[in-house]
Design a protein around this ligand. Sequence first.
Ligand SMILES: Nc1ncnc2c1ncn2[C@@H]1O[C@H](COP(=O)(O)OP(=O)(O)OP(=O)(O)O)[C@@H](O)[C@H]1O
Ligand SMILES: [Mg+2]
Length: 162
Amino acid sequence: MAEYWNFEPNYEQKAKRFFANIPKPEMILNYDIAVKDFVHSGNASAQIKLFLKRLGVDAKVLRRVAVTSYEAEINITAHSFGGTIVGNIFPEMIHIIFQDRGPGLKNIEEAMTPGFSTASDLVREMGFGAGLGLPNIKKNSDVMHIVSAENESTMLEILIYY
Ligand SMILES: Nc1ncnc2c1ncn2[C@@H]1O[C@H](COP(=O)(O)OP(=O)(O)OP(=O)(O)O)[C@@H](O)[C@H]1O
Ligand SMILES: [Mg+2]
């Protein structure tokens, strides 16, 4: 499996301690993401955003959570065999894990390049495939971590501090 990490410098030390010993979240949100279900895709990210809004999280942070989780949710729908989203709610931040069932990324660095896309005709007809989802996730998260390989599953996790 190949691995990719991006840490925003302000949170690097804090986040590394978090990943070294992930504490128990206050609340866990769970969603199943079906294959090619563009009708419902986006619902999980909308619910995560709504949940944080009720907790009183700042609008700017809500926007970053919405962008990252929407892009990752659509990627599971568009490019994978389906998967799950787990939102771990902490008092200071949200940790979201996007796990799918394959087919995985051939080359993570290539997938991270703005404009790179293997989107099918169907996915492009749905209005996706600009190759900007992963770069947007990087831009809007404090930590981004991918573990994947060709013909394996993809695990993407992000941290966003409130
Ligand atoms: N969960 C995934 N499983 C397999 N491949 C993926 C997954 N997520 C992304 N990819 C691959 O990485 C590429 C880049 O993803 P990215 O989200 O940046 O762009 P896109 O989904 O093609 O287009 P956009 O997000 O702009 O609509 C995808 O085209 C696909 O090849
Ligand atoms: Mg995408």
